[in-house]
Design a binder for this molecule. Structure first.
Ligand code: MLT
Length: 272
């Protein structure tokens, strides 16, 4: 175990309340670079490499989304950030929900991008454990190299072919140990829908219209749990459906996702 900080990167300069950007699997903070560049001027964005990913160590932690959330929290507090708008893509969304559960005072707003609040099915869990074992025994990331075809939508497969080598290079840069760790951590996570039901700050849910990994139904379920805005409920969650993109919306259409996150940041600042 370590008290060392996770690696963090300023992806967009500005002052005030930061947007903390948590990446998906099997990637690192670089998946947010293009999106952060489109944030409104003055919005500070900090990308974090989750345990084992990119420039962050694993350091003997048991695979656990909760440990990842605690570690993000410790890293941000050590950097002088008392609270933040926390945005997570897919696996990063699982960590963001764990942060909201375990450190509610830190999370001033939640951005849930191509993710879900539900736990894995038994079948999905078994597949993850198989991939973790395969990755460890081969000491390669070969088991996840085919992922880009499933990560992006049909429109990107047709019209944004240049993103394939980019995703491939990000995946190849990850260590086999971190891939196995993340698979086991995700397999062990519980359903966190109730966290959204309790959360009372603004929530932005973003999903790609062509996402087959965490599809629209999962996004709608989260919005419903958090409370869709209406005159009657006064709910605090908004849904953005991004056309022409799949699971990697922030990479496939960074501008559209940045617009939704910029709005979330504005709402949080107004709500504060
Ligand atoms: C991700 O993009 O982080 C993964 O697809 C999440 C998952 O495997 O559940």
């Amino acid at each position: 175990m370590t008290s060392q900080a996770l690696a963090t990167f300023t992806l967009h300069d500005g002052g005030g309340l930061p947007l903390v950007l948590l990446h998906g699997f099997p990637l690192d903070h670089r998946m947010w670079t293009a999106c952060a560049a489109h944030l409104p001027p003055g919005t500070r964005a900090i990308g974090v490499d989750l345990p084992g990913a990119g420039h962050s160590d694993l350091d003997g932690y048991q695979p656990s989304i909760e440990h990842a959330a605690d570690w993000v929290h410790r890293t941000m507090v050590a950097a002088g950030e008392g609270n933040a708008v926390v945005v997570g893509h897919s696996m990063g969304g699982y960590v963001a929900l764990a942060l909201a559960e375990r450190h509610p005072g830190f999370v001033a707003g939640l951005g849930l991008v191509n993710t879900k609040s539900t736990a894995d099915t038994d079948e999905a869990r078994a597949k993850r454990l198989r991939i973790a074992a395969e990755t460890e025994s081969s000491q390669t990331v070969d088991a996840v190299l085919g992922m880009p075809a499933a990560l992006v939508g049909a429109t990107t497969t047709e019209r944004r072919r240049h993103l394939f080598p980019v995703l491939d290079s990000w995946i190849r840069a990850q260590s086999p140990a971190s891939v196995a760790w993340a698979q086991r951590a995700m397999a062990a996570r519980p359903d966190r829908t109730a966290v959204l039901e309790r959360f009372d700050a603004p929530v932005a849910v973003v999903v790609g219209a062509e996402d087959t990994i965490t599809p629209l139904a999962e996004a709608e379920y989260m919005v419903q749990a958090a409370g869709a805005p209406s005159r009657l409920s006064g709910g605090n969650a908004a849904l953005t459906l991004v056309p022409g993109v799949g699971h990697m919306s922030a990479v496939e259409d960074p501008q559209a996702v940045a617009a939704a996150l910029g709005l979330l940041h504005l709402q949080v600042v107004a709500h504060h």
